[in-house]
Design a protein around this ligand. Structure first.
Ligand code: FAD
Length: 392
């Protein structure tokens, strides 16, 4: 891949940088550990996403006819990079933008695209992903949430779990079992579910960080129109694979900047802070670990560029997304561990550096579980990249 920016990409970067310079708000400063605090943060971030959309910067590579910018995936990566460089708050409709919108664009009807895509970009519709169940996580095809046809509606009964942002969501991309009498991958259907439908109940779950970011979602005779099937009936597994490939694809540019900033702060801390009469950077183990973090980040950058190059060429996410997902999630856990060792006990305080370090350390435990555990994603690499036989 030629990494030299084209004049068009350079102009895109400059325009975006100028807009961000004038418009980036401060990070949300309130607490997020109470339900009310988390809700206020959500409202703050929702307003920010609307502003980004109104200025024409949401959905960089999404089709223009649905409210996107119709630009390239390289420009999408530049967008993520500039966002991170400017310290802009993230776009809160992350699942809508990262996985559900792209799935609707890929397999939705024209009516579904018209109805949902620009609302996802503006965050007028917040979305969640209802795949995992208490007995169907890694093996999501074993899901048991039932959908029974009744005229022009499906009646849904069952339970989902770990549903990120379900408590703030207007819509859910839900996987249900429509045919229990065929092999498990063949009887699944994907549905677009309005979360205000009677019979849908959301119960927040608290994480190790103290926040309730994900939820249990219960369906008790919820009636969903047949017109809300995404893709084909009983072919929901194909729809789910489109979603999961997008979930693991990451253009990496924004992450590279965010990790770089963290390593930069650690270097600064190690250079300037005394511990037991010596500067931290003189500790032979700490300096080895910080150097290792830097080295891993550079490896990440090259892997991210490789993924970007493939995405740019083939337009759909491939196995390189899985490689990158394993790499960044495990790299981040090592980096956060190094951060705790470098900072010492002060790193555990919520009052130190905005509580970012303790939050980062606690939150990163989930990185190797969410969007597919490391074991599952390694199995995908083993099968799809290396051609090894399926695991049992
Ligand atoms: C922060 C967070 C957010 C999430 N958000 C969502 C969401 O929005 N929507 C959603 O649907 N889900 C979500 N999930 C759920 C996530 O996708 C699942 O947790 C994940 O797929 C693992 O499923 P499980 O928790 O049931 O673990 P299990 O599947 O029970 O796995 C337990 C352990 O067994 C291992 N294992 C299982 N099968 C194999 C195998 N074949 N080979 C080797 N090892 C194996 C796993 O790697 C794991 O270590 C989220 C999870 C987290 C942590």
């Amino acid at each position: 891949m030629d990494l030299k920016p084209t004049p068009q990409e350079q102009q895109f970067r400059e325009e975006l940088r100028a807009w961000l310079k004038d418009n980036v708000p401060p990070s949300y400063a309130g607490e997020t550990e109470t339900d009310e605090g988390k809700r206020l943060e959500f409202e703050y971030l929702k307003a920010w996403q609307k502003k980004v959309f109104d200025a024409g910067w949401a959905g960089i590579s999404w089709p223009k006819e649905y409210g996107g910018r119709g630009a390239t995936v390289v420009e999408q990566a530049i967008f993520q990079e500039e966002f991170a460089l400017a310290g802009a708050p993230g776009l809160v409709n992350a699942l809508g933008l990262g996985i559900i919108g792209p799935t609707i664009i890929a397999v939705g009807t024209e009516e579904q695209k018209q109805k949902h895509i620009s609302n996802i970009l503006s965050c007028e519709e917040m979305w969640c992903q209802g795949f995992s169940e208490p007995n169907a996580g890694s093996d999501v095809a074993s899901l048991g949430t039932k959908a029974v046809l009744d005229g022009d509606h499906y009646i849904i009964n069952g339970q989902k779990i770990w549903t990120t942002y379900a408590h703030f969501s207007d819509w859910c991309l839900l996987l249900v079992r429509t045919d229990p009498d065929v092999p498990k991958h063949k009887g699944i259907t994907a549905l677009l579910v309005d979360m205000k439908t009677p019979g849908v109940e959301v119960r927040p779950l608290r994480q190790i960080t103290g926040e309730a970011e994900f939820n249990e979602v219960f369906f008790n005779n919820a009636r969903i129109p047949v017109a809300n099937v995404l893709g084909k009936v009983n072919e929901g597994w194909t729809t789910a694979i489109t979603t999961l490939m997008n979930e693991r694809a990451n253009l990496g540019g924004g992450m590279y900047i965010a990790f770089s900033k963290q390593i930069g702060k650690l270097v600064e801390h190690a250079r300037t802070t005394m511990n037991n009469g010596k500067i931290v950077a003189q500790d032979p183990i700490i300096r080895q670990k910080i150097a290792q973090s830097y080295l891993e980040l550079e490896v990440f950058k090259h892997n991210a560029n490789r993924a970007l190059s493939k995405m740019s060429k083939y337009k759909v996410p491939g196995a390189e997304g899985s490689i990158l997902k394993i790499y960044w999630s495990e790299m981040n856990q090592r980096l956060q561990q190094t951060a705790m060792e470098t900072l010492g006990p002060v790193g555990q305080l919520h009052g130190f550096d905005n509580g970012d370090w303790v939050y980062g350390y606690l939150r990163c435990r989930a990185n190797t579980i969410e969007a597919g555990t490391s074991e599952i994603v390694r199995n995908i690499v083993a099968e799809r990249v290396l051609g090894l036989p399926k695991s049992y």
